[in-house]
Ligand binder design. Structure first.
Ligand code: V47
Ligand code: SF4
Length: 397
């Protein structure tokens, strides 16, 4: 059944509560849903209903297209001056002997390992240490661009930038302009966690505030840079905190239009100070993607980070509003494996990613960071697929 038929069924005699029906009608008319609608969906809506609405929006925006990119990660340090309670990755600065701190040369060496590989993006993220300051990153960006000018640098988050700019006595705008001139292209979505102070104070009390996070993205957008936004969900927050988080992003997006993707990140509870907090179910993950797709009407893309949620959940998410499953990253990223992610060695070849998307009857599109199409893989046949295929014989007992 196509999505508009499914919606007609919902709006017909499917026995929906009046409120659910009113929200479905808004979605049908492409009308924005309110804060209270968002909370209602989280509290009361069923998975199937949310799937129909989210999928309708996803297909209106992208049809069956499902995006991924070829990227790699550099994590300059896992030492951090901050103490986020959910973080499984960082070694507090007082225990820095247990961690690593790269120099610019070491980062360039990693970059060079990908010479000749068809990657379009390097994603740089990690902890915050005094040594990796404004000069450190501007030198790295300059050298990276000199070595490989076409490689898109998506680096750091307002958590690092706030710290770095304060030390350098620069405003957010001046700091972003300085790093943009050095070669920075865009900003990933990390560090957002949950904006509301009631929760932020408990899980990430000493890093940048919601207002600082949002301001740094706003300044980047003013400079013509694009960025993403994440939300760390499924821990001690309540549903309305999630809606509050999305509302703040939706408002900034109304004014700048600079965000590309919204990326819900499922809280994983291993090896951190919040290990006593249970993780939410896969059903809750799918409900969350769907509500995000419905609520964030001015965001073009909803991304599921497959390395964190498993390949199967990533496949399912494509029917719940998600249109992007990030990259073919290799095991240079350690953040999620350490937090208990499904994928302990998160590497997937392009062929595997394409296959994963095709298996659920979507069209795999390799994109660059700015969503320009690099290769449409819909009809591409890989060498391996040309070999004769053998039928599996049924097993007879
Ligand atoms: O901000 C840390 C999260 C984020 C845990 O923009 C955890 O393309 C779950 O932002 N359980 C950093 N999550 C990663 C990030 C990201 C990832 C992929 C793509 C993009 C993009 C951005 O990782 C942190 C934090 O929210 N995180 N610890 C944990 N235990
Ligand atoms: Fe540091 Fe980021 Fe971990 Fe917080 S989440 S402790 S800022 S590395």
């Amino acid at each position: 059944m196509d999505t508009s038929l499914q919606l007609a069924f919902l709006l017909g005699d499917a026995g929906l509560p009046e409120r659910s029906k009113a929200i479905a009608e808004k979605v049908q008319r492409s009308e924005r849903i309110s804060f209270d609608d968002g909370v209602y969906l989280y509290e009361h809506a069923e998975l199937g209903y949310l799937g129909v609405l989210a999928n309708l929006i996803r297909e209106r925006k992208h049809g069956d297209k499902t995006y991924f990119n070829r990227n790699f990660h550099i994590e300059p340090t896992n030492v951090c001056v901050y103490d986020c309670k959910f973080c499984s990755y960082s070694r507090l600065i007082k225990n820095r002997d247990e961690g690593w701190e790269m120099d610019v040369e070491g980062m360039i060496d990693i970059l060079k390992k990908y010479d000749g590989e068809p990657v379009t993006e390097v994603h740089i993220t990690g902890g915050v240490v005094p040594k990796q300051n404004l000069e450190f990153y501007s030198e790295f960006f300059r050298r990276a661009k000199a070595h490989r000018p076409e490689l898109h640098i998506k680096a750091l988050t307002p958590v690092e930038y706030y710290y770095i700019f304060k030390k350098a006595k620069l405003s957010h705008y001046e700091g972003m302009r300085y790093l943009k001139d050095a070669g920075l292209d865009s900003m990933p979505g990390g560090g957002a966690e949950i904006f509301h102070p009631e929760i932020r104070q408990q899980i990430a009390h000493d890093k940048c505030t919601a207002e600082q996070w949002l301001d740094i993205h706003e300044q980047a957008h003013k400079l013509g840079m694009r960025s993403n936004a994440t939300m760390l969900y499924g821990h001690i927050e309540q549903f309305w905190h999630r809606v509050d988080h999305m509302e703040r992003l939706r408002q900034l997006q109304d004014s700048t239009g600079g965000f590309q993707a919204f990326i819900p990140l499922k809280f994983r509870n291993q090896h951190n100070q919040m290990s006593h907090v249970s993780e939410v179910s896969v059903v809750e993950d799918l409900r969350n993607y769907a509500v995000a797709r419905i609520y964030m009407d001015n965001f073009d893309h909803i991304k599921a980070y497959w390395a964190m949620i498993s390949r199967q959940t990533a496949q399912l998410s494509l029917n719940f509003g998600v249109d992007d499953i990030d990259g073919t990253l290799d095991d240079t990223t350690k953040i999620y494996a350490m937090a208990g992610a499904e994928e302990q060695r998160p590497a997937m070849s392009t062929r595997e990613l394409v296959e994963l998307i095709r298996q659920v009857r979507r069209k795999p599109i390799e994109r660059d960071t700015l969503y320009n199409v690099v290769t449409d893989f819909t009809d591409v046949i890989f060498e391996e697929e040309k070999r004769p295929q053998f039928y599996k014989l049924p097993v007879i007992n």
